[in-house]
Design a protein around this ligand. Structure first.
Ligand SMILES: Cc1cc2nc3c(=O)[nH]c(=O)nc-3n(C[C@H](O)[C@H](O)[C@H](O)COP(=O)(O)OP(=O)(O)OC[C@H]3O[C@@H](n4cnc5c(N)ncnc54)[C@H](O)[C@@H]3O)c2cc1C
Length: 431
């Protein structure tokens, strides 16, 4: 008996986690990645406690690699400041010991990529998926823009918010839309940050809230740098222009043209304008942006959710399935949870195409168990940004209401019963 061969489309966080999880369980897989190497920005990312549990269960080496690449927060709290009216601390939520730490994406991904074997071409670069052919009784065929083909028993689309796997299988109607938020990001030397916002504010994770915008800062690069994210509300249509994601290598040249320009050239003056009436510390954060930062549109899957994460022998995971805004810091963590469950279920499938019943049951169990939690995150992220940006000023400014609203959402994300998820899905897969 042999386990199925899995083709993973996309070598971002979700695809890498899945490949490592499958490899650790003896399931053969290949990642097909469009880019020419493991490429992520140097911007920061924080991974929440649930993500750490999932990493441990995928393979303890994943968790160890993550811990070696991240930077401790100065304090084990997420702290929210009224950045608009008072510059006072509104609320602090305990993160658990060493919880929700951040690092530079490029460094975290590189440390994970090292866990895959060099041999066997487990990651194939320059392979942009353009076609899928899933006919019963034959392996699934993937075609790539360079004219080559590959076959597999299962295809997992981990190809992000503009997933080609998703549009090939479910159709173009299930596409991401503009959430009416865009962001600027930067990573600056801690010394520079201290001069602009003071030692304490530069030492640990803070969020600044107020009218129509918010900002998050946290240390990365072992404390040598501060990561800055500034999110601005933008009620109109996305007017991204200039550099498109094609040029960024973020989406393919023949992806959906209307929506793919999700990065444009911005100006620090846009942020200065948005924060013009705010407190000095937030203005200090904004002063740390470059003069012409990239403007990143935030697209999500709220308006056009896919009805299921699987069809035939193709399955979606991570942002391809349920891209959400970054406001609860959980998108990547949910992709890691997806990867854990898929790796577990696929390792249980005894044979390849010959035993399609158990394979389909496994894919359906994955979709059924992941759907509610991940769709909830898409909506919860929109609700959270409303709270952070004082869409309802009374609630935003009221520390008690704010703490109530934000605490239950974070705890729902962080305190997930990962073992329970695995048990439930395994049971479903057997039925
Ligand atoms: C500003 C911002 C801040 C964020 N902060 C956090 C945070 O602090 N914590 C958190 O948990 N999440 C955060 N997120 C969300 C997180 O970044 C995403 O959820 C996560 O990166 C998704 O990973 P993924 O692997 O599913 O998709 P992606 O990272 O998009 O990877 C997709 C991969 O597929 C490849 N690809 C695409 N199309 C094809 C194709 N046709 N053929 C082959 N390959 C293809 C791409 O090149 C890419 O490598 C943030 C997001 C943003 C925008």
């Amino acid at each position: 008996m042999t386990s199925p061969h899995v083709a993973i489309v996309g070598g971002g966080i979700t695809g890498l986690m899945l490949a490592i999880g499958l490899h650790a369980r003896g399931v053969s897989c290949t990642i097909y990645e469009r880019a020419s190497g493991i490429s992520e920005t140097g911007a920061g990312i924080g991974l929440s406690p649930n993500a750490e549990v999932a990493m441990q269960l995928i393979d303890p080496a994943v968790h160890a690699a993550f811990k070696s690449a991240i930077t401790p927060n100065g304090e084990d709290y997420f702290q929210w400041v009224d950045g608009y009216a008072t510059d006072k601390l509104m609320y602090r939520l305990h993160l658990g010991k060493d919880g929700f730490q951040g690092g530079r994406r490029s460094e975290i991904l590189q440390s994970w990529a090292k866990l895959l074997p060099n041999s066997g071409n487990i990651i194939q670069f320059g392979k942009e998926l353009v076609g899928l052919d899933d006919k019963e009784g034959r392996p699934v065929t993937l075609s790539f823009s360079d004219g080559t083909f590959a076959t597999a028993d299962i295809v997992v689309g981990c190809d992000g918010v503009w997933s080609r796997a998703r549009s090939l299988v479910f159709g173009d109607a299930y596409r991401a839309t503009y959430s009416h938020q865009y962001c600027f990001r930067n990573v600056v030397p801690t010394e520079t940050a201290r001069a602009a916002i003071g030692d304490h504010r530069a030492s640990t994770r803070f969020m600044y809230n107020g009218h129509g915008a918010h900002s998050i800062t946290y240390p990365v690069a072992k404390g040598a740098m501060l990561n800055i994210l500034v999110v601005i509300s933008d009620p109109g249509p996305w007017a991204g222009s200039g550099k498109s994601n094609v040029e960024n290598g973020l989406v393919s040249a023949d992806s959906d043209t209307a929506n793919r320009q999700t990065t444009g050239k911005g100006s620090r003056s846009d942020a200065e304008h948005a924060f013009r009436d705010w407190q000095a510390c937030v203005k200090g954060v904004v002063s740390l942006l470059p003069e012409e930062p990239d403007r990143w549109a935030i697209f999500d899957m709220l308006e056009n959710p896919v009805p299921s994460y699987t069809k035939g022998r193709v399955v979606l995971a991570g942002d391809a399935a349920h891209a959400s805004g970054p406001h609860l810091g959980a998108g990547a963590g949910f992709g890691i949870e997806d990867a854990l469950l898929l790796a577990t279920l696929l390792a249980d499938v005894p044979t390849g195409v010959a035993d399609s019943k158990s394979l389909h049951s496994a894919l359906q169990a994955y979709s059924d168990v992941r759907y509610e939690r991940t769709q909830w995150l898409v909506q919860a992220s929109r609700d959270a940004v409303d709270l952070f940006q004082w869409r309802d000023e009374a609630k935003g400014k009221d520390a008690e209401a704010f703490s109530r609203e934000i605490t239950w959402r974070f705890l729902k994300i962080w305190n997930y019963d990962m073992e329970g998820m695995l048990t439930e899905a395994r049971k479903l897969a057997l039925n």
